[in-house]
Ligand binder design. Structure first.
Ligand code: PGA
Length: 245
């Protein structure tokens, strides 16, 4: 039985005042699932101090060891703060910041080597879906990760399927579409390690909100969610966590 995991991705949002209100309002002990809150680097100390019954996560890390990489943040630094989770390979990193599948895989491997729990994201664009290439694209993204990270290692974290066309658009994958891709991802991981694949948590992300969460989370291979826009309001995020019972 895979315990559900709901992760907030605040993206580049927040302020000390807004975060304080969020943290005062959200209590993870009411959630029937594991909860992770991924905040911008600079707010991680505030989130770590204020979170109740939930864990903090970063949204990125460097693939490199500490040293001459101006503007980057090393996994060692996240651990030093007490952060245990990190999103890796979000589509905004891939598309806006040029992270290739090889870079994403290197970051995932680095996170795992350090003892961080990566939430590794994969997903197709609308053009790729419309061209019937969804499973091919996701298969290639996943293959790069599996070339560097054993499935049993990935169990420390999770994989997230985030169709690019559903992120922040209000357009959600249907439960059937999500389940189809999640099942394909699990089958691909099972090819390398069937036992690990059956335990690996696969999150769905892309306009998940209180109104559609229960239906998506009821799919047999959907083990949680990665929530962007709807995580910015604590009450909405709590409602999604509540749907993961
Ligand atoms: P969204 O974002 O929930 O706003 O679609 C999800 C994500 O990008 O992680």
């Amino acid at each position: 039985m895979r315990r559900k995991l709901i992760a907030a991705n605040w993206k580049m949002n927040g302020s000390r005042t807004a975060n304080a209100a969020w943290l005062a309002s959200f209590d993870g002990s009411r959630a029937p699932c594991d909860v992770v809150v991924c905040a911008p680097f600079v707010y991680l100390p505030q989130v770590l101090a204020g979170l109740r019954a939930a864990e903090a996560g970063a949204q990125n890390l460097s693939a490199e060891a500490p040293g001459a990489h101006t503007g980057e943040v090393a996994g060692e630094m996240l651990l030093d703060l007490g952060v245990r989770w990190v999103i890796v390979g979000h589509s905004e990193r891939r598309m806006l910041y040029g992270e290739s599948s090889q870079v994403v895989a290197a970051k995932a491997a680095r996170a795992l080597a350090l003892g961080l729990r990566p939430i590794v994201c994969v997903g197709e664009t609308l053009a790729e879906r419309e061209a019937g290439r969804t499973l091919e694209v996701i298969g290639a993204q996943l293959e790069a990760v599996l070339a560097r990270c054993a499935p049993a290692q990935l169990l420390a974290g999770a994989l997230a399927y985030e169709p690019v066309w559903a992120i922040g658009t209000g357009r959600t994958a249907s439960p059937v579409q999500a389940q189809e891709v999640h099942a394909a991802i699990r089958a691909q991981v099972a090819h390398a390690d069937a036992a690990a694949a059956s335990q690996l948590r696969l999150l769905y992300g892309g306009s998940m909100k209180p109104a559609n969460a229960a239906e998506l989370l009821a799919q047999p291979d959907v083990d949680g969610g990665l929530i962007g826009g709807a995580s910015l309001q604590a009450a909405e995020f709590a409602a999604i966590c509540g749907a993961a019972g």
